[in-house]
Write a protein of this length. Sequence first.
Lengths: 514, 167
Amino acid sequence: MPAALYLCLHVPDFAAQAALGAHPELRDQPLAILSGQPPLEYVFGLNPASRQLGVATGMRRIQAESFPGVALLRRSRAQEDHAFAALLACADGFSPRVQVLATPDEDESFSRATLMLDISASEKLLGSPRQIAAALSRQVHALGLRASAAVSGEASAALLAARGRPGITVIAYGEEAPALASLPLPVLELTDAQAQTFAAWGIGTLGQIAALPLKSLVARLGEDGHRLHLLARGVYPHLLVSEADAADAPLIEHLVLEHPVELLEPLIFLLGRALEQITRRAIESALAIASVEISLQLETSPPSSTTAQHCRAVRPALPVQDFHILLKLIQLDLELHPPPSPIVAFTLCAQPARRPRVQQGLFAPQSPEAGRLEVLLARLRKLVGEDRVGSPELLDSHAPDAFRMAPFQPGDAAPAAAPALSAPTPALALRALRPPLVVRVGLQGAAPRSIFLEGQQLPVVSHSGPWRSDGAWWTTSRWCREEWDVAIDAPEPRCLRLAFDPGANCWYLTGLYD
Amino acid sequence: MPPPAPHLPSPPRRRDNPSSALDQAWRSTDLLLNTGGFRAIVLDLGDTPPEQARRVPLTTWYRFRLQVEKAHVLFLLLTRIPCAGSCSALSVCCAPAEADWRQAADGGGSPALFGGVRCRITVRRNRTADVQRAAVQRKEPVRMGAPSLPAAAGDGSAWTSAAPWTR
């Protein structure tokens, strides 16, 4: 059985880092995150730049505003939740056993996120422990988060090293105590009483605690003394309890805008940034995006609705991994169904799915790539209307023009039948006129004798009919018609189909035989 | 057969503005040709009056021809008059020659059933004829009912298409 190996990922100042994801322009500026209800707002999160200026957590808003150049932002729990979900999904790509040791919202005094990964026996798959930590750090950095990572055979040693040292730390087996010796006491998260006691003893590092006699320490601090001694030596036992598999959970991104967005172009830019994050998370799990639901929070509710929300959904025929395709589909859908008022916040909820595997055949009909075909259909829908794009599908009715437009999916077409050796007679084609043309018809008895078409009176040389049909007489949408097949000679020999509607007492030209 | 009952069909809508419909057709065709990947694209302007089809700028057909050559797609244009001019590689005129009217079973004087149309097809121009003649001889493809297409301009052929109720 291989020896246990743990990787601890620690994200300090999580609230500030999550807020920077929505405000990347503030990345190099001092930033303070405010929590609480006005006027009792207090500083909850900081970044290193503001901490260097002297801003501290717990300060009131007016105190924080006295520091020049410090940007103040309101805390957004939704942003923190989504950033933490992205962090968790990233860790899931490296180990099936991930435990959440600290979440951003578990403490009201400071914000952090800590994950423990079991990477035992992963060397052959993912590389050396340092390579695994580096790869994970790169992916977390791509999410816009700055994290420290530590690898050790003891989970507690990895946790303390990740809390106390920035960057990547790898602790060899049996070297936990020397590796932790120089770390300061705050990494142990002592209580105020314990911190005062150690300060009174003149102890400032973990190495000094580890050097204390265990019995004397337990005699003075009780069971906590034993725990702190084991922690300082990096041998405190830890039972890793992994989180539930979150591979099929929906991928959610939420963004609250500071100012309402009225134009579609800046909104698409913001949606694209969120969609890129979602797509990256799906790709890291070897998944694709099956559907995206867009929920736009409106500034004012429209008169026709009681909720100030505009919801749309984009569902490509096949799950896709290219976020440009998804963004184009969202853009075309929003151009076709624009929100009625300015946007103040939006939420993207994407449903991941397995990547499609299509077996191409040598004799399969040629068709564009699935993603390009989706964008093409969306463009055509925007151009000619949603009900005019697709494949016609007959309805179970004898009513004229009883069909509907089904989604265009060339892959579902039935395979062509084998060619018959004895060729059948070609079928007659009827070019249906939609809507039918209203025409004047001269009658001889009940049969058409002439047709007034395009300003001319055209004599009928042959006719056949009437062919009567009706239906839906048990409903209000009853239909009834008498159809005639007629032939005319001028200006050119043509065969037409006429229909007489007894209810409206009107003649229609419904089609031409081609 | 019940007597005709009052019927309120969908009221005859005013036809869409032909120019806007044609504009939509051009833009849709541009999209289809630019996307590529299709084997054949059919643009049916059979309902468009000849005077409107003649007013289509020749640059439109040239643009389509360039896109077709680039996308390696078969582009079939159905119109009532030849309007693509020299942009077409093959121009074929298909016209109904005579209708097939079948007498009633009782031997009455008037025809009782429309049975189909005999169509005549004539090649107006074929820019690929020389290329086809120069090509290496190969096996003839299986024809599905329709007669073989005449190769040179002026050649003609005919076939009969039957109505579904007579087949």
